[in-house]
Design a protein around this ligand. Structure first.
Ligand SMILES: NC(=O)c1ccc[n+]([C@@H]2O[C@H](COP(=O)([O-])OP(=O)(O)OC[C@H]3O[C@@H](n4cnc5c(N)ncnc54)[C@H](OP(=O)(O)O)[C@@H]3O)[C@@H](O)[C@H]2O)c1
Length: 288
């Protein structure tokens, strides 16, 4: 699991670790749970982590691959050591590579869960700049994107979350007999570490609304959820306590409860999913 050291993921880990063997990929060790070093801002680190997992597990298969880590940044100016835009590289490309590297070690029907966001959908985007496309080359190099909006940081984030749904839908088509793919949309969850790279007013609002002050808001807005509710939903999917109904792969938390929805029209674009899968391979696995 990635993204298990903070926020929604940390709650899920605390619920899972009593009954399941949980191994985290994380930038810093987490107490009380196995972990191996992983910095998603480096494809070399992803390869080292995948090799370390294979070595540690030996012949033991992976029952659930939970790709939950994510970042949002104020702009799209950051570049990883590999030269790719940071939010796209961390949220999508690194997870794509990890998935490709670990696919052979997954148990039959293993859960492959990618954490997405309702912001991938222009209809429910919570005011963030919606994604305009899922062109991996342009998302990796936004300086080449002639249609890049002014709020480029928001676009990088929402487009990376569109990528997550497209990859899940690709898996549902091409790997349906192999894995159980799930796109997990936790709703809007204040109080996590997600706003850490944003401007001070946003960081303060995010923190304050994550306290009991945010409770009245959650009563009126169905997409707002608490960290415990979102973490519990994530744990229930990772552990197979909740499984997708036939033909469904988009799990969303609304009013604190997990349900199944249709993702946005953009995310249902089959050709975009195929293009994303292939272009991501060219970027992350140029040797293949
Ligand atoms: N909160 C929301 O409203 C919301 C809404 C929709 C979707 N989501 C998604 O939910 C997921 C969890 O977010 P959260 O709100 O719980 O935020 P969070 O508390 O900031 O958790 C983010 C996690 O990602 C990890 N991470 C970030 N960059 C990494 C890197 N380069 N390498 C390895 N791990 C890295 C963080 O590790 P560190 O502990 O080392 O920082 C942390 O464990 C994200 O994918 C986010 O996009 C959140």
């Amino acid at each position: 699991m990635t993204g298990g050291t903070s926020g929604i993921g940390a709650v899920a880990v605390s619920l899972l670790r009593g009954e399941h063997r949980v191994v985290l990929g994380a930038r810093r060790p987490a107490s009380g749970v196995e972990s191996l070093p992983l910095d998603l801002a480096s494809l070399k680190s992803v390869r080292t982590f995948a090799a370390g997992i294979r070595h540690r597990l030996g012949s033991e298969a992976i029952d659930a691959l939970v790709l939950n880590a994510g970042v949002i940044r104020a702009d799209a100016d950051g570049r990883t050591v590999d030269g790719f835009e940071t939010a796209f590289a961390v949220n999508h490309l690194a997870h794509y590579l990890l998935l490709r590297l670990l696919l052979p070690g997954l148990a039959p029907g293993a859960v492959v869960l990618l954490t997405t966001s309702g912001t991938h959908d222009p209809a429910t985007g919570a005011g963030l700049e919606p994604p305009r496309h899922a062109d991996a080359r342009l998302l990796a190099h936004p300086e080449l994107d002639e249609s890049l909006p002014a709020k480029a940081g928001q676009h990088a984030y929402t487009a990376s979350k569109l990528c997550a749904v497209l990859i899940v839908r690709y898996l549902a088509t091409e790997y349906s007999n192999v894995v159980t793919p799930i796109a997990f949309d936790p709703g809007q969850v204040f109080g996590t570490g997600l706003a850490g790279d944003l401007a001070l007013p946003m960081r303060v609002a995010w923190k304050v609304l994550g306290t009991p002050v945010g409770w009245p808001l959650r009563q009126f807005q169905p997409t707002l959820n608490s960290v415990p509710d979102a973490g519990k939903a994530l744990a229930s999917l990772a552990s197979r306590e909740v499984v997708p109904p036939e033909g469904q792969s988009y799990a969303a938390v609304r009013r604190g409860k997990l349900g199944w929805q249709e993702p946005s029209e953009l995310a249902r674009d089959v050709a975009a999913g195929v293009g994303l899968w292939e272009e991501s391979a060219r970027l992350a696995m140029p040797e293949t």
